[in-house]
Design a protein around this ligand. Sequence first.
Ligand code: NI
Length: 131
Amino acid sequence: MTAEPLSLATALASFDTLWSPRVATRVNDYDVRVAKVRGEHVWHAHDDTDEFFLVLDGELRIALREPAGERTVRLPRGSVFTVPRGTEHRPSSPEGASILMFEPTGTSTVGDRHDEVPSHVDATTGHALAL
Ligand code: NI
């Protein structure tokens, strides 16, 4: 977090690692994180918190396992979506996307329960930006 305004374009240009969020700023005890994504994340669930997504560029898809069955929501650039706490979900982006997430500080990218984490997914609570 910095006392100066932060350009999200500058923040996103500062790293290339996929599925590895950077903390852009904090709001009370929440992180505002940005990430570059492509391909599939891993099925996981956050038992104690909702997870907010804003698509900055590209298109994000989020597969959801809900009581009524499985469905996938598509979020084109400019879309927001909140995954409810406890809902198993798997983000993906065949073409690649840049996203912003808003969630409590300390929230793991792979949740409290998850399938086996593939090597291309960073299990992290978010990294500091190195600008
Ligand atoms: Ni999640």
